[in-house]
Design a binder for this molecule. Structure first.
Ligand code: ZN
Length: 681
């Protein structure tokens, strides 16, 4: 399974699977001034390109410097292994993606004509969109991307560059009726014949494949292999169904040979014996295509948690197959997030202090509290199905019997999430902030405030408080309000403590301005920004959105007399401004005590009243205003990433002495480089 950011609400949906570690990420930020990982003084530019409905971002690799040379080398080898399979994705997505990409890239590289005209710009956008989607179908909608230039213009490009493209390819590009959908899920049609993915030959239909697998799958098997995961289906000359297996001497063998080459190298710098055995199994799987080996590998991989460097490499997710058998090639290289791990450790070690000093009633405090940890990693390179459009969290392996017997690894990709939120937010912060000071504070401390509140929410918030004896679980007593109240409590714990001098004492922050940035962001999100995700006329349903509005609305109302949070209108725009942070913190304490009491006592009526009064209803006029303000900002709906280049530094004997990080200057540069260096098919 994997989780994407499409809109912010996707993070929230994903977060419930991932243990909700991202749910208090705020809505938007503008370009934050962050030093790049080489500690030079250059400001890090997050965005490298934007076109059509897309923007392309860069990401940093925090903690790379902290790795040993051996570990850095391992990361380098694993990213290389990943890129070698890039072409597989193109071919899996559609049979003609590679010839189309190659022809367009040749034109792009050799055309000497006028590049200032509109048509040329449209041609470049078309090519960039193909790079972004690993093919001619939109990465998200699955619809074929139609060029905005004419077939005649394409003909001139071809004749001037002397590049030959046959008519079939031209028809595919320009005829909207050919291959118009990558993955069709329309049950009224034959799913294979109406999809363009290349997992099945064009003359194979849904019935044939379904009966093929019906005959070979034993339903009583408690440990079934992942049938069809690594093959393409076609018919032999007698019309029998054949699986053409992706393996070293099989389909995609040229790319797999290169992947294996780098995995062999990775083996020599593995972090421990178990990881080395994992590489052996993966190599054996690539060589044989044996799905029993694939299972053996996964059982092994999921149990090896004692590593700083981890990876996903092979044919993994089956979303691109309308029948759900075949895995798309992907690669993600992960480095443990040392900073987040250290932060969680400090908070976890002090969990009892937080519990003892909490404003909740003494009878609701745990005598012995244990902090909850979760896993955050930073990605160092992605390829195939995971790039340029990337998941933000992954939970693997997919085989159900392995998951139930051996568990799964669930990670969130911390540095990618950070990049999403640090990249220019299209002016959301400026639009909703109250003052220059607030914007400055957010730029300076917003990132840290997010990280600390997230860690407090998870490690301390969800671990805190106890249920009175004989009451039953919150799910039983509070029913449909249980998760909103649980998330609200975790959020208020985070808000309460992010303004506590004890956090400074623990060395987690330098001053309480971090807390102020957290409060400003939370209030403007909870009362204004998050409304952009709701359709006009709707109320709030999702638990995290409800809990945020609940907290903000409640604090706004209770602090009205003392004007703790001020509501005002300027130039027709509504704002909420925190006037007294200290008093707001006290209010949060009161609400925390109240919510914990509801949970501890299982008081359904009180919980319902609180959520329904403050967390559900949307102010229709205000909602309309927010939607109009956001619409004017014209933000791009989809983002993806270029990878940093990991460049080995070698001594005169060719021995690697260090790995340097550099960034591509443009999206096109990286895509052409990849096509050139890893063009294995
Ligand atoms: Zn939570």
């Amino acid at each position: 399974m994997k989780f994407y950011i499409i809109t912010l609400s996707f993070i929230i949906a994903a977060s419930s699977f991932l243990g909700c570690n991202n749910d208090n990420i705020k809505d938007a930020k503008v370009e934050t001034k962050v030093k790049n990982s080489n500690n030079s003084n250059e400001e890090f530019k997050w965005q490298v390109d934007t076109f059509a409905d897309l923007r392309v971002l860069k990401y940093q690799i925090p903690g790379f410097d902290k790795l040993s040379l051996r570990q850095k080398t391992l990361v380098y080898y694993l990213t290389q292994a990943g890129y070698e399979g890039r072409d597989i994705s193109y071919d899996q997505n559609f049979k003609y993606n590679l010839p189309i990409r190659k022809a367009l890239e040749n034109i792009y590289k050799t055309y000497k004509g006028d590049k200032t005209v509109d048509n040329w710009k449209k041609f470049v956008v078309y090519l960039k969109r193909i790079w972004f989607s690993n093919g001619i179908h939109h990465h998200y909608s699955n619809d074929k991307i139609m060029p905005k230039f004419s077939r005649e213009y394409f003909e001139t490009l071809l004749s001037q560059t002397k590049i030959n493209v046959d008519n079939n390819i031209k028809n595919i590009i320009f005829d909207p009726n050919i291959a118009h959908k990558k993955v069709s899920l329309d049950p009224s049609k034959d799913l294979l014949l109406s999809s363009s993915v290349n997992f099945y030959a064009e003359d194979v239909n849904q019935n044939e494949v379904e009966s093929f697998y019906k005959n070979i799958i034993n339903k009583k098997d408690k440990t079934p292999i992942s049938y069809g995961l690594n093959s393409r289906i076609h018919k032999d000359k007698n019309g029998n169904i054949i699986e053409d297996v992706y393996k070293l001497n099989g389909l995609y063998g040229n790319a797999i040979k290169r992947i294996v080459y780098w995995l062999e190298k990775a083996k020599t710098v593995a972090e421990n014996e178990k990881q080395k055995q994992g590489f052996d199994l993966l190599i054996k799987y690539y060589k044989t295509g044996d799905l029993n080996v694939w299972d053996e590998y996964n059982v092994h991989w999921v149990q090896n948690t004692n590593v700083d460097i981890d990876y996903i490499n092979s044919f993994i997710e089956v979303y691109n197959d309308p029948l759900g058998y075949r895995g798309s090639y992907e690669n993600i290289v992960e480095i443990r997030d040392f900073e987040a791990t250290a932060r969680m450790k400090i908070l976890g070690e002090n969990a009892q202090w937080f519990e003892d000093n909490s404003p909740i009633m003494d009878e609701h405090k745990k005598e012995k509290v244990v902090g909850i940890t979760y896993k955050v990693v930073n990605t160092a390179g992605e390829s195939g199905d995971a790039s340029p459009s990337t998941p933000i969290g992954v939970n693997l392996p997919n085989a159900n019997w392995i998951r139930s017997r051996y568990g799964s690894k669930s990670v969130s990709l911390g540095n990618l999430i950070a990049a999403y939120f640090n990249a220019p937010g299209g002016g959301m912060l400026e639009e909703f902030a109250n003052s220059k000071e607030e914007i400055e504070l957010e730029k300076k401390y917003g990132n840290l405030a997010d990280k600390l509140t997230t860690a407090l929410h998870e490690v301390i918030g969800h671990a805190s408080g106890k249920i009175n004896p004989g009451i039953g679980t919150p799910k039983e007593t509070l029913k449909n309000y249980a998760s909103t109240l649980e998330e609200a409590r975790a959020d208020i714990v985070a808000l309460y403590y992010v303004m506590d001098p004890y956090m400074i004492k623990l060395g987690l922050m330098d001053n309480l301005d971090v807390g102020k940035a957290a409060y400003d962001g939370y209030i403007s999100n909870g009362l204004l920004k998050q409304l952009k995700r709701i359709k006009p006329g709707n109320d709030l349903e999702e638990a995290h959105m409800r809990n945020r509005q609940l907290i903000c609305n409640w604090a706004f109302e209770k602090g009205a007399k003392e004007n703790i949070i001020e509501k005002y209108t300027e130039n027709g725009k509504t704002h909420f401004k925190v006037n007294d942070y200290k008093k707001l913190r006290e209010l949060f304490g009161v609400l925390l005590r109240k919510i914990q009491k509801i949970k501890s006592e299982g008081d359904y009526e009180a919980g319902k009243r609180l959520v329904e009064t403050y967390g559900v209803k949307v102010d229709k006029e205000l909602h309309k205003e927010v939607l109009a303000r956001v619409k004017k900002l014209n933000t791009k709906p989809y983002s993806g990433f270029v990878n940093p280049y990991l460049i080995p530094q070698k001594d005169k004997d060719g021995k690697i002495t260090n790995i340097k990080i550099e960034y591509p200057k443009t999206f096109a540069e990286q895509m052409l480089k990849y096509s050139n260096e890893y063009g294995n098919l």
